[in-house]
Ligand binder design. Structure first.
Ligand code: ADP
Ligand code: MG
Length: 688
């Protein structure tokens, strides 16, 4: 099956080049170049009995062929067809060459729909093919269920259908089943050879259903084996076992001005227990904004430091790293001072500024026990003495691939914890995040927030501004968020989208009496820091920002949020943004200014309004926008599923169960060599 198509001597050079344009390199690629839909032309009618408006096939003799030149330069080709019952015309626009394709007296098969116009009935733009003289002829494009292939680069579905049919006829014997026999039996799956034939050239609708089911299962099954093997691989490595420092932890918790929530207690304890072992923890901690994830991380880091090992917490931005550092240092100071921050622009240790070089040295020598930083820690290849715990904050987009690379380098892995406020739908938790165990912080310590969410049209903006004014006069602060600037293909800004800068100057004009700050990605770290501090300390009334603030800035005192061009955000993003506000116990307000009331954006915003369930919302987002928003483009490649749907939880679970069973029985797939070979080839997995 892996043979290159060049080896097929019945394909012309030119044809091979065209197939390659479609991404078909091997015979297997050809087998797996699936139709994206079908047309059912299996109803073969006599002309006199043909129904109007439904897909059907008419077979008959060519009686006449005419090219008519219409006003406006159009050319109409009329073909008259007869069978034993009657006559009908087939018409084509602007394909005058067809005149030479048909010959009077020949027999053709036409598939399409009959339309009625001004009392005339005719077949409009039907698909057609000559009926061969041989008695047991085989039609390809008409008279049955016809596969429709995605057309790209000027290659027609008809051409693709012909080539695929040809390759299938000659090469299908090469298809080797690789799914384990017992899975095929148990799930009653169509064997590979049959499934390939049925998905391309089904005889019945049932054929389409069962062949697609097999391939959907196959895709997910391979994906699950990959993910589960990744999980096993981590479990086979070693980590530093961390004793639970009960006293230190108790003291610390006692010093807090509040009680831990039930989830915080349960999940912290679970993780402490897990890290007692020398098997690396590999976990995703999910919880809404404000559910107290940082606190959980702080306890784990304290425990690690008291074991005399190091931990690192990676924040998505320098601003956030600084916020985390200040907060964690303030909380832990009485118990553990060996805390530092190291970002591109800044370093500090135990509350005092420290030169970068000295900081790097201190980390290497083990003097820093808890280090807070950003990704630059990896880029600059900072060395640790004994890194036992690695925590990622709000970076679920950091992919499996990158996690793997990071972890493979070391002999002893740090325990790994990834924290996110973005609800990860179960379907993704089982696939792209399937190598991680999952913890959930269910409740918010401050109780349910009361937030009034309103979708407004641009013409109602004035009203929003009036409202803001009132609120600021009452002493409130306002977040004003604009989407990150994106350019259209021609390099122009989408005309309806306001940039932060435009929004900033508009607001300044409208509110000369208020202090208005601006924050966006391209500003220097120093500038960002200053603006954030000014806002935190209430020197600013309004902060206009891009969704840089999406990534976890914690400003619980803010109760008013306006989102400009809300239609440009994913639901998960909107949810995150809304999570920033209303944590002071007061009622909060959020305005979503939507410029394009398209069906999709309205649907999303409606879902947002109607659902209080973050997970439900995430599922919907996945359904409407695909996984790009949730995962970032980098990771979606892995999920490049042709047949399976990422929203099909049932099938994902089924694939996972079966993958688990097979791996449990035979982790290196020694009994399933064909499956193993397939995984190596298709998913680049290596076995020992
Ligand atoms: P997250 O990272 O999950 O968004 P944080 O850990 O930053 O949330 O916590 C948000 C705020 O709630 C912080 O000010 C934190 O000190 C506070 N907090 C955390 N846990 C509790 C709790 N159990 N009770 C009350 N307040 C808490
Ligand atoms: Mg956080």
């Amino acid at each position: 099956m892996e043979e290159k198509i060049e080896s097929l001597n019945y394909l012309k050079k030119r044809e091979i080049t065209r197939l390659k344009k479609l991404g078909i390199e091997t015979i297997e690629d050809c087998f797996y170049y699936f139709p994206n839909k079908y047309e059912d032309f299996s109803k073969i009618s006599k002309i006199s009995e043909a129904e109007i408006g439904i897909p059907l096939t008419i077979q008959g003799k060519i009686e006449s062929i005419k090219n008519l030149f219409l006003r406006g330069g159009k050319i109409l080709t009329e073909i008259e067809i007869s069978d034993s019952s009657s006559r009908i015309k087939a018409v084509f626009y602007n394909q005058p060459f067809l005149k030479n394709v048909f010959k009077k007296g020949e027999f053709f098969s036409f598939s399409g729909k009959i339309v009625q116009k001004k009392g005339y009935f005719y077949l409009q733009h039907p698909v057609f093919e000559k009926i061969p003289k041989i008695p047991h002829f085989n039609l390809l494009h008409t008279g049955k269920i016809i596969p429709i292939y995605p057309e790209t680069k000027g290659i027609t579905t008809k051409w693709i259908r012909e080539k695929i049919s040809l390759v299938l006829k000659n090469e299908i014997w090469r298809a080797r089943e690789f799914l384990p026999e017992k899975i095929l039996k148990k799930l009653n799956l169509v064997p590979l050879k049959e499934a390939i034939l049925k998905i391309h050239f089904p005889e019945t609708k049932e054929d389409i259903k069962i062949s697609r089911f097999r391939f959907a299962f196959e895709e997910l099954f391979l994906l699950e084996i990959e993910v589960l093997r990744e999980k096993l691989k981590v479990k086979k490595k070693r980590a530093y076992p961390l004793k639970i420092q009960v006293e230190a932890i108790k003291e610390f918790i006692k010093s807090l001005p509040f009680e831990l929530t039930e989830s915080q207690k349960k999940e912290t304890w679970r993780m402490l227990k897990e890290m007692e072992k020398s098997v690396p923890m590999n976990r995703l901690l999910q919880g809404d904004v404000g559910s107290g994830k940082t606190l959980v991380a702080t306890i784990l880091a304290l425990n690690c430091a008291k074991n005399n090992y190091q931990s690192a917490m990676i924040a998505p931005t320098e601003i956030l790293a600084a916020q985390h550092y200040r907060k964690i240092f303030r909380m832990l100071e009485p118990f553990e001072k060996r805390i530092g921050i190291l970002t591109k622009g800044y370093s500090e240790f135990a509350g005092k500024k420290l030169k970068k070089e000295e900081m790097i040295k201190k980390i290497k020598e083990g003097g820093v026990k808890i280090l807070i930083g950003t990704h630059s820690l990896f880029e600059e290849k900072i060395e640790f003495q004994k890194l036992a715990l690695l925590i990622f904050d709000e970076q679920h987009k950091f992919g499996v691939e990158q996690r793997r690379k990071l972890l493979e380098k070391q002999k002893i892995l740090p325990h790994f914890l990834s924290m996110t406020a973005t609800p990860i739908p179960r379907t993704l938790a089982l696939t792209i995040f399937g190598d991680l165990d999952i913890s959930l912080l269910k409740e918010l310590p401050c109780g349910k927030r009361e937030i009034e969410i309103k979708v407004v049209l641009p013409k109602e903006e004035k009203m929003v501004l009036e409202f803001i004014k009132e609120k600021i006069e009452e002493g409130e602060q306002v977040f004003f968020v604009c989407p990150r600037i994106e350019f259209s293909q021609k390099g122009r800004l989408f005309s309806e989208v306001k940039t932060v800068k435009e929004q900033h100057s508009l607001l300044k004009k409208f509110f000369p009496e208020f202090k208005i700050g601006i924050l966006y990605g391209k500003m220097s770290t120093k500038e960002k820091e200053i603006v954030m501090r000014q806002f935190e300390e209430k020197f600013l009334d309004i902060l206009v920002a891009t969704n840089v603030i999406e990534e976890g800035i914690d400003l619980p005192q803010v109760n008013v949020l306006v989102i400009q061009n809300a239609e440009m955000f994913g639901l998960a993003q909107l949810y995150q943004l809304i999570g920033r506000i209303g944590r002071s116990g007061k009622k909060a307000f959020c305005f979503l200014i939507s410029h394009l009331p398209t069906k999709k954006s309205a649907q999303r915003i409606e879902a947002l309004l109607s659902s209080n369930n973050a997970f439900e919302l995430a599922e919907k987002d996945l359904e409407i926008r695909g996984p790009g928003d949730l995962l970032g483009e980098k990771q979606t490649g892995k999920l490049d599923l042709k047949v399976a749907k990422l929203t099909d939880l049932g099938l994902i679970e089924l694939a996972r169960e079966n993958a688990k069973e097979i791996l449990k029985e035979d982790p290196n797939l020694r009994k399933y060599l064909k499956l193993r070979e397939n995984l190596v080839r298709k998913r680049k997995i290596y076995f020992v």
